[in-house]
Design a protein around this ligand. Sequence first.
Ligand code: PMP
Length: 412
Amino acid sequence: MDKKSVLISASGRVSRLPPYLFAELDRKKAAVARKGVDIIDFGIGDPDLPTPDFVVSAASEALRDPAFHRYPRNEGSPFFLDAASAWMSREFGVEPGEDVSHAAVIGTKEGIAHVPVAFCNPGDVVLVPSPGYPVYRAAAILADAVPVEVPLRRENGFLPDLDSLEPSILKSARMIYLNYPNNPTGAVMSGEDMRRIVEFARREDLLIVSDNSYSHIRFDGGKPASFLQIEGAAPLCLEFHSLSKTFSMTGWRIGFVTGGTRLVKAFMSAKENIDSGVFTAIQKAGAAALASPPEAIADRVAVYARRRALLIESLRKLSWDVCDCPASLYLWAAVPKGWTSIDFASWLITASGIVVTPGSGFGTWGEGYVRFSLTLPEERIHKALGRLEQLEFHSLRGRTAMRRSRKCQEES
Ligand code: PMP
């Protein structure tokens, strides 16, 4: 029998997702590795430090309980929600109340991605920081909403320039994503700036989606901050907390959302139709992590702080222009004048076997920068710095040889 050939195409939404920019870079990385070069990868923000033992033990004990082998509760088990509430009180001074609720998410990525599905109608504008975590833009597109970039400029301390937004954009805007401590720049936001944004959101009838995934990874001695500390913010705000970075739990997939009860309910109405919650044994691990002594976090941050200091100081000695931002797991560094971030990252792989993430992957305003992740041991960082020093000696001085090298690449 003749089989009719059919061509099933993906939806318009999928075709509107931003193209993957780094295929060429991946190809280059693979080619350099094939030559036997030991690749030093500053590209990925995935903690190399292991999950604390007491968290692993809590999970392994819970795994043996058949009660946990059944469907979890969509919004999370009461013990996990109590742990989330206690965490908000202990770490941020945000006390539980009827007007604030919590729900478990399968990592903040999942949570963040489902917000526009719950709150946007087709054509609504979603304000996304640029540079910013690429999921914000994708989430808007997948909900038939329209992402509009809000520039985070260096001269503004990488804070959102809300006054630059056109009134017509604001009129259609439903929500704004914000992420402080910030990926990729490392910037933080003061309480005063948060207050200003809450006022703005109230005036413009905007939902604030605060991605607080890096709340505790800061190096300025500043206390972790939450939008919910701002009076009157809860009815306007959903805030996502991740266990991935604070407790080295990226593989476990757990976090929680907190915010105004009406907002959390609306969010859950969409989400509970898509997934069935977080495995209860993992929630046990999550609850153990959230109840952990403060030293468990401080020790981890101290490791990142040493790596960060080493990298900043040494890169600056080699004339790199590294931004002075005090938080998150990243360093944000300007590329030499005349280079695009992709060209520069690509050149760096070939010349030194070092991988960094090009800023253009984080949006229009990420161009001109590359991101270093702090998730490599100091010994690897030393090795990378040794290679960069060689580059500096042989080719970076005055940048001329670098340009020459780029020209050669273009011609080859
Ligand atoms: N938000 C930001 C800004 C991130 O950088 C990441 C992970 N890199 C996430 C959210 C996702 O975190 P999770 O593991 O909790 O899904």
